[in-house]
Write a protein that binds this ligand. Structure first.
Ligand SMILES: [Zn+2]
Length: 253
């Protein structure tokens, strides 16, 4: 069983409009005001078990041991992810890439976060190294896999940023830190990627639909739960529905 992280996982799912594209009218589905309109009590795609490849991009790694990382990813990280999704979706390791240039995850977040105090300037003048990750992301968009970029992180204000995902119609991207592999960060981010919100961002009506009694329920979409974390069957049905119905480019049979 995995050791649950004592570090707070912050998974900020940010809204970008100008930084990647000029598409200023785009509103990520995650932030849309529409509520869940489907019945989540049953898996309407019970006969389907979609497969989704994940490409891991290790950033700042000069001499990584690819075969050791491959074993860790297959036997631990992706295995745990599939267990957390209760095998409703079959994730698999597509490939591992590594790039020698380095940047820290919180620095990328700060330079991309349109809601942070310093963002107005940084949005206008992103650091050159942030531009590089944007360039990478642009080159990996819509390539039939989820792209997970792995960086180092550091604590800031007693909180450690372990991951965030980019909710944008043109990018299938999760950014996370090496430390996030010790806990459920990837599972949490995949939850966001498949349009689950944090419980405290979810309407009362949607919480009921998702089988969550209240916003404090211990769940993969909460931070810092000491108890056993899991998805509800309704959350699992919802994620599978979103993947099959809305992300046809990502999965195969
Ligand atoms: Zn989150």
């Amino acid at each position: 069983m995995r050791i649950l992280n004592t570090i707070i996982t912050i998974c900020l799912c940010m809204m970008y409009q100008n930084i990647f594209t000029q598409d200023q009218n785009y509103i990520p589905a995650h932030f849309s005001k529409t509520t869940i309109s489907i019945n989540l009590e049953r898996d309407i795609y019970a006969g389907l078990k979609p497969k989704v490849g994940i490409v891991f991009h290790y950033m700042g790694s000069k001499n990584i041991d690819t075969s050791a990382i491959e074993i860790m990813l297959k036997e631990q990280v992706i295995s745990d992810l599939n267990k957390d999704l209760e095998n409703k979706i079959n994730f698999f390791l597509e490939s591992i890439s590594h790039y020698t240039w380095h940047m820290y995850l919180p620095d990328i977040y700060k330079s991309l976060d349109s809601s942070s105090e310093s963002s107005s300037e940084s949005l206008l003048k992103p650091e050159k190294r942030s531009l590089k990750i944007i360039d990478f992301i642009q080159r990996t968009k819509k390539k039939k896999n989820i792209n997970v970029y792995v960086f180092e992180t550091y604590p800031s204000d007693q909180v450690v940023l372990l991951g965030f995902c980019i909710l944008h119609k043109d990018y299938d991207v999760i950014l996370m830190s090496h430390d996030g592999f010790r806990g459920n960060t990837l599972t949490h981010e995949v939850g966001h990627f498949l349009k689950l919100k944090h419980p405290w961002e979810t309407t009362k009506r949607d919480l009921q639909k998702l089988g969550l009694d209240n916003k404090e329920n211990c769940n993969h979409m909460n931070y810092d739960c000491d108890e056993h974390q899991a998805f509800t069957s309704q959350q699992l049905n919802f994620m599978k529905y979103i993947l099959i119905k809305k992300m046809g480019h990502l999965w195969r049979n």
